[in-house]
Design a protein around this ligand. Sequence first.
Ligand code: R5P
Length: 290
Amino acid sequence: MQAGRIVLGGTNTLKLAKQVAKILHCTYKPIVHNHFPDGESYLRLPEVKGKAVVIILGMYPNPNEEALEAMFAIHTARDLGARHVTLVAPYLAYMRQDKRFNPGECVSAHVLPTLLQADRLLAIDPHLHRIRHLKNLFRGNAQELTANNVLASYLQKNHPNAVLCGPDEESSQWAAAIAKSICLDSLILKKHRYGPNKVKVKVKIDHVARGRDVVIVDDMISTGHTTAEAAGLLFRLGAKSVSAICVHGLFVGNAVQILKKAGIRNIVCTNTIESKYSKINIAKLIAGNL
Ligand code: R5P
């Protein structure tokens, strides 16, 4: 048992935090997060004085609530005398609003990390498209980890002959990179987003999917529209089957129904967000980097 380190689990990341603590042979405790009658958050931490505190806290399904939980927990850990505070955000929210798309908008991807006053921030595949590194957003020591190797092992075992499809150019850092690492074919589509629930995808080379089992690979599935649109196109191109894999399975609202209606056979994601589809465990990846 590591005496000087303690792992604290956030509200929706208890299971993952417990697994990481077990791998690290250190104490695990949950963060107590209740609510006052008016809805304000009430947090309580265990004894952390003099310890290196690792807070593992994902920011979904209630990003606002959980972002506040992270801020309060970090602040309280310091206040209670922690010697070092690391925040592990398996899913770091707000990263998609990374520029001012319309005049007057808040660039939340810049704001949230500045409010997280930990010494160190670790996030799994944060949605960094226009911003290259997490360290450009966070004043402490920041590190982004990728689940690519874990996804690659799953794909190698379960879809050894598949074509990997990235539904947009940005997804090539997952789809094309993983395909290259395990010698599979890949196909990257071009996406145009007209709004949160409306996307269109196009293809440049159309023969790769014909007669093949295709797995759509992306960092996240949110409303499911990107993946469903991509699946529709892949079937029109002659794909034999289409499955979907992602790092962060948000599955907002009826996303799963949308995916199933699009004919997607298997849906799998990692446990950065816990759900019945989170079959790929990233506990070792986190523990190995702490
Ligand atoms: C976009 O850049 C992301 O990589 C995902 O493709 C996107 O966020 C998925 O969103 P949705 O499931 O709502 O289409």
